[in-house]
Design a binder for this molecule. Structure first.
Ligand code: FE
Length: 372
């Protein structure tokens, strides 16, 4: 496969016009040519926090559902997807992990790269849309039963009982602990950071706010060199807040996520999220009491919003939509335009709409003419 006259957007080397040759699953050669380009070629988007889409809920899905969900994500430029659970009992968590593990092992080419456990080891005071009856402290015994190679991320609150004691058990599996759904003080977050937790979940949602005498979780996100997941939909975060984070922390710190629900890609109505009723109206998903319950965002729209609101370069956009997440997960051979890297990429038009998605060297989505 040959991509002719594309604007290559590499998160490290920057932007240039080139012809790109793909052979098998990999990028074989990149020839810089300069001049005009037809399409923009970026590393495929990475969504490390998504609960479902097109009627599929991570907690109740079967293998066919996951396939349908993956296909949907690919239509929006995603080439790495991390299905994310909500607070649930350990059997439900394990069921999802086993299903995803089997799914991945049976497919030589898939965008699914692991599981993110969002909870249940979080602070019930900052539960957001998580089911409070499933929230509990972490124990080594339970972690031993739910952790496996397929789990790549866990969202936890550092102030919950036993937090520091269970960390070594989690790190043993090379799993990233992301701080979230938390009411921690700044010093609790700092201690967690110094203990190896370098990431925050959907910053600043599900956290206490910044106060000038106790800068709390939001202050910690601005001050400490942690990676920050962000839901850039204009509902979970105002455009000005996104601008602030970009200005203060830079594009190196930000990891765009969708936090998308099963209602993503569906019309307005009532849906089920981990046993809770969720209403979708326009692009907002709320619980009966009005609490925000995840989003109906796609990575394509998140990328668009971020680019518009921060006025960032495409190189920066490649970092926040792909490279930072892959680096954080420790996936070394994806997310760059370099010979020998896996050809996971997305072709976009000048309005940053997805034209084509290429997963491990194969075209998995092509927008119809004029649909762009
Ligand atoms: Fe959440």
């Amino acid at each position: 496969m040959e991509l002719e006259r594309v604007l290559v957007v590499d998160p490290v080397d920057g932007e240039y016009t080139a012809n790109v040759r793909i052979s098998g699953t990999k990028i074989e050669a990149i020839a810089r040519i300069g001049g005009e380009f037809n399409s923009i070629a970026m590393p495929g988007f990475v969504d490390t926090h998504s609960h479902g889409a097109v009627g599929i809920n991570c907690m109740t899905m079967n293998t066919g559902d996951l396939q349908k969900w993956e296909r949907f994500a690919e239509t929006h430029g995603v080439t790495s997807l991390i299905p994310t659970t909500v607070s649930a009992d350990s059997n439900e968590m394990k069921r999802v992990a086993d299903l995803v593990s089997n799914y991945v092992s049976e497919r030589p080419r898939t965008a699914v790269r692991g599981v993110h456990y969002e909870g249940p080891y979080i602070n019930p005071k900052k539960k957001g849309a998580q089911n409070p009856s499933a929230i509990r402290p972490a124990t080594i015994k339970e972690l031993r039963s739910v952790l496996s190679d397929i789990v790549v991320l866990i969202t936890m609150a550092p102030e919950i009982e036993g937090f520091l004691e269970v960390l070594p058990e989690i790190f043993k599996h090379e799993i990233i602990v992301s701080i979230g759904h938390t009411d921690a003080t700044y010093s609790q977050i700092k201690e967690a950071y110094e203990s190896g937790c370098g990431r925050m979940t959907h910053f600043p949602n599900g956290m206490n706010v910044l106060h000038h005498r106790e800068i709390g979780c939001v202050g910690a996100g601005f001050l400490l060199p942690m990676k920050l997941e962000m839901i850039v939909d204009g509902i979970h975060t105002a455009p000005e807040f996104v601008q602030m984070v970009h200005k203060i922390r830079g594009s190196e710190a930000i990891i765009l996520v969708t936090d998308s629900l099963d209602a993503t890609g569906l019309s307005d109505g009532m849906y089920d999220l981990g046993g809770l009723k969720v209403e979708v109206k326009g692009s907002t998903a709320t619980l009966e009491d009005g609490t925000l319950a995840g989003s109906t965002l796609t990575m394509e729209r998140a990328a668009n919003n971020f680019h518009r609101w921060t006025d960032c370069s495409l190189q920066e956009l490649a970092k926040v939509t792909s490279y930072n997440a892959l680096q954080n997960l420790g996936i070394p051979n994806r997310g760059r335009f370099k010979e020998g890297f896996v050809a996971d990429l997305v072709l976009l038009n000048r309005k940053l709409e997805v034209e084509e998605t290429i997963l491990a060297g194969q075209s998995v989505f092509k927008a119809r003419e004029g649909q762009g």
